[in-house]
Design a protein around this ligand. Structure first.
Ligand code: NAD
Length: 455
């Protein structure tokens, strides 16, 4: 079936009204939850085949986060879909006013490979909750997971309601040529621009969940051991292939040596002396990304790690020190297990360095000083982040998740997902028993009154 025919099928189904009742939406969400339980083993092993991701990580960052989101959405949906009353204004007296969350229609979700289950299905939860039909294009790079997902989706959902379309760039281009009612894209900033350009031809609204270089600042007052452990966890989780992983660290010169030592200790504590043998450490997704990452090793001094094995796409958790600000590793999003650590002498310098780069998806700050905290949070613009932790904010469904500027536009997770996939329709209801003639011509003598009312 062509992309055009697929969209027509979805649109016809949407227009039939089948996706609108609360009972239908809840049933589909329950089905999704059931799928995740019934096919858990298959999904975990597909992700393992793709990049040897440890089961604990697959559960916590893919399946667990989905279960949490689905259960929460099912609990809240009845309330979310209710029309919301808003105040009236004097000029329109008498009136009652409300907003209604209306589904967009046929939604396209495009996903990347690094969390291949979560990033394909989490937006789908919001899209279904809001009453849309969904076409999902997973990444061709995580092909084992994508094909298991497709098999499951085909088996459990009507094709005209949820369809997974496997394929690469060409397939995606065909989909992007169609006039979907909403496009939700997760991926690189480069492709995000292609998506937005395609969407502009049909004035299709978009959410762009993109990447970037997320900085991590460790100031002189930080609890160094805890900071090092949390940063090492967030960086080397999924072998650094996490959109919100700390990309680089800026550490105050007074604590740099201690921090580097603690970072090294943390890595050893997590993965042992030879992480290659650890069941807790993932691999790089493919040879191209592996080569790209290895080329960064020359951009600084390898403080620890640095060993690799091309046959296995294995790259050891690596800490780089003495990194030049103009080097490629400091210009491009790393998206792998290499952590450049650079020192600063004043917090103003650190802020300046962060602000010299495009707005990142996340920013992390380790400090015990509330003035520093206020200053950094005020001066730096970024999608979202954490103080004294990394990555964890993504797991809180009450925090809208998304980027700003180069790292994206729009937010999702929890209620924000429902809002993202809903158009807010505003309605004013007027009674007919009263028709105040004030607004009608002739206007003579009315101007001074309207000025009084509206001022
Ligand atoms: P990508 O942009 O290369 O690919 C994403 C999707 O776009 C894939 O489905 C791919 O098939 C498709 N695509 C690729 N090139 C295309 C083209 N020329 N035209 C049309 N479609 C195309 O991203 P990726 O390598 O899969 O993922 C890594 C990137 O995603 C990183 O930059 C990372 O930071 C970002 N990311 C962001 C988030 C977030 O939530 N903000 C989450 C995960 C990953």
């Amino acid at each position: 079936m062509s992309a055009k025919e697929l969209l027509e099928k979805h649109r016809t189904y949407f227009r039939s009204g089948a996706t609108r009742p609360l009972s239908f939406r809840i049933h589909q969400l329950e089905t999704l939850k059931k799928i995740l339980v019934e096919h858990e083993e298959e999904l975990v092993s597909a992700v393992y085949k793709d990049f040897k991701k440890p089961e604990m990580e697959t559960y916590a960052t893919e399946l667990g986060i989905l279960h949490d989101e689905i259960s929460y959405t099912i609990r809240k949906l009845r309330n979310w879909i209710k029309p919301k009353r808003v105040s009236g204004t004097l000029i329109n007296f008498p009136s009652s006013n409300y907003t209604v969350a209306e589904p967009y229609g046929a939604v396209l979700i495009i996903a990347p490979w690094n969390y291949p289950i979560q990033l394909a299905l989490l937006p789908m939860v919001g899209a279904i909750a809001a009453g849309n039909t969904v076409v999902i294009k997973p990444s061709e790079l995580s092909s084992n997971t994508s094909s298991v997902l497709k098999k499951i989706i085909d088996a459990w959902f009507k094709e005209e309601f949820v369809t997974m379309v496997e394929g690469g760039v060409e397939v995606n281009k065909d989909l992007l040529d169609q006039d979907f009612d909403y496009i939700f894209f997760t991926g690189s900033t480069r492709v995000g621009k292609i998506v937005m350009e395609a969407a502009s031809k049909h004035l299709t609204p978009v959410t762009l969940e993109l990447g970037g270089k997320s900085p991590c600042i460790v100031d002189g007052t930080a609890k160094i051991k805890t900071a090092a452990k949390r940063i090492a966890w967030g960086k080397f989780l999924n072998a650094g292939q996490t959109c919100v992983a700390p990309d680089y660290v800026l550490v105050h010169s007074s604590v740099k040596d201690e921090f580097l030592q603690e970072l090294k200790n943390a890595v050893k504590g997590f993965y042992g002396v030879n992480p290659k043998l650890s069941p807790n450490y993932a691999r790089i997704i493919n040879g191209d990304h592996f080569e790209r990452l290895c080329s960064y090793l020359e951009d600084g001094e390898v403080y620890s790690g640095g060993r690799f094995d091309a046959d296995e796409c294995y790259l050891e958790p690596t800490i780089l020190s003495s990194v030049k600000r103009e080097s490629r590793v400091m210009e491009e999003e790393i998206f792998g297990p290499i952590l450049p650590v650079m020192e600063f002498n004043s917090i103003a310098d650190a802020i300046h360095l962060v602000n010299a780069k495009p707005k990142p998806l996340a920013l992390y700050l380790f400090t015990e000083n509330s003035t520093t905290e206020r200053l950094v949070l005020k001066e730096c613009s970024f999608g979202g982040g954490a103080v004294n932790d990394v990555v964890a904010h993504l797991g809180n469904r009450y925090l809208p998740f998304g980027g700003v500027g180069n790292s994206g536009m729009g937010v999702y997770h929890g209620k924000s997902s429902f809002d993202t996939f809903s158009h807010t329709k505003s309605i004013m209801r007027k009674p007919t028993w009263l028709d105040i003639p004030f607004r009608y011509a002739p206007y003579k003598g009315k101007l001074k009154w309207i000025k009084k009312i509206l001022n």
